[in-house]
Design a protein around this ligand. Structure first.
Ligand SMILES: [Zn+2]
Length: 396
């Protein structure tokens, strides 16, 4: 058993408290990692002896990012569509079919290779735990292949057969496939089921049917809702007890009240809102009402082609009215809650004695720098389950 001491931490954000309102910063801190777990946290001056020691030289340490909304299983890109949209065309759900065609014609090795490339990119920016989805295959064989590829790359996998109805297919026939043979095929490889509840994709009734089928197959529930309008997705998600409802740009008071009175996390995707030039979700109102929020990258080739959680955190602070601590909480512990990994031996998004040693070192003395210095790459090193990523900078 090897004990590794990390000391010289100017500010240690543990996220051990139950809410983002509690200040659980430790200044001049140290921690010890043993067997992938944290075995000690406390003042640097009281740190115990260890087999090896790293002095991070007065820098901030916090949990690794928990990115709970990505679509990494795809081929091709949609830069031309992006340029057209930036030049004035409005985003509609139809571009998904473009990625579907490229994904179907790619090999499994290509799909896995591309997703791994993006995961490495995310890790270099501090992500240590990541969800990804199917949803660009949209026929049985391609969704199964996507689910298998996702399980190779991600920590949590979501089945999104209900992304859009593929061109040329009858809606009813496709829903029967998604909730029947396709679901049966992917179920062994996935943790959650999801649906894109939006104009141009699936309505509330159809999304309801998809989620109930997933629940019957033993999957957890999440939903894309209220991105482009008042789709009714948020209320459906709360009614069904979804772990998360994602996007939440257009919310009525009743939606906010419903979220506040529920265990459903509102996962907000600010990088997507910037890329599509859509209004940001009312994050401040959600928090003030008592709702739980998470932040995620929504990395996908259409509407948010970034893996950067620091970018999402900075945007949430600078554009959505969150404090730095609220945004960091939402991108770590709040995100863990949205995938059912907030508590227990497999918990992520917090640093506690006995918990997983998933952490990052910033090249800055405090987490405030994440928003104070937007666009600057501050992640200096990460440890995932106690193992330091080889690709991060030495420097200390
Ligand atoms: Zn999405």
């Amino acid at each position: 058993m090897t004990a590794q001491l990390i000391t010289g931490i100017s500010e240690l954000t543990t996220q051990a408290a139950e809410t983002s309102h509690d200040d659980d910063r430790l200044l001049d801190a140290a921690l010890v990692i043993e067997n992938g777990r944290i075995s000690w946290i406390g003042p640097a001056a009281e740190a115990p002896a260890a087999d090896t020691s790293v002095d991070v030289g007065g820098r901030a340490v916090l949990p690794g990012w928990v990115d709970t909304h990505t679509h990494l299983i795809f081929a091709g890109d949609r830069a031309a569509e992006f340029e057209a949209r930036i030049a004035g065309q409005r985003y509609a759900a139809g571009g998904i079919a473009t990625t579907m065609a490229a994904t179907r014609s790619a090999t499994s090795a290509d799909l896995i290779g591309n997703a791994r490339r993006l995961r490495r990119e995310a890790e270099a920016q501090g992500t240590t735990f990541l969800e990804t989805k199917t949803g660009y295959g949209l026929d049985l064989a391609s969704e199964l292949r996507s689910a298998q590829a996702a399980a190779e790359v991600a920590d949590v996998v979501t089945y999104l057969g209900a992304h859009v109805v593929p061109p040329g297919l009858d809606r009813r026939d496709y829903l029967d496939l998604v909730t029947g043979p396709m679901l049966a095929a992917v179920s062994p490889h996935v943790d959650f089921i999801d649906a894109f509840c939006e104009t141009g994709a699936f309505d509330v009734e159809e999304s309801h049917e998809v989620l109930l089928a997933g629940r019957a197959a033993g999957l957890g529930l999440r939903l894309h809702g209220n991105q482009l309008g008042f789709s009714g997705g948020v209320r459906l998600a709360v009614e069904l007890g979804c772990a998360s409802v994602d996007h939440c740009n257009h919310l009525e008071e009743a939606d906010i009240d419903a979220l506040a009175g529920s265990g459903t996390v509102a996962t907000l995707l600010p990088a997507c809102d910037l890329s599509t030039r859509e209004p940001f979700p009312p994050a401040r109102r959600l928090l003030d009402a008592g709702a739980h929020i998470a932040l995620a990258s929504n990395c996908n080739p259409g509407t948010s082609y970034t893996t950067s959680m620091p970018f999402s955190v900075a945007t949430a602070v600078l554009q959505m009215g969150l404090t730095v601590r609220e945004a960091v909480w939402a991108a770590t512990r709040g995100a863990a809650r949205s995938v059912g990994r907030e508590h227990g031996p497999d918990a992520v998004g917090s640093l506690t004695i006995g918990g997983r040693a998933d952490l990052q070192v910033l090249d800055a003395p405090s987490v405030a720098h994440l928003a104070y210095r937007p666009g600057v790459s501050l992640c200096l090193a990460t440890w995932t389950e106690g193992v330091r990523a080889a690709r991060t900078q030495p420097g200390f």
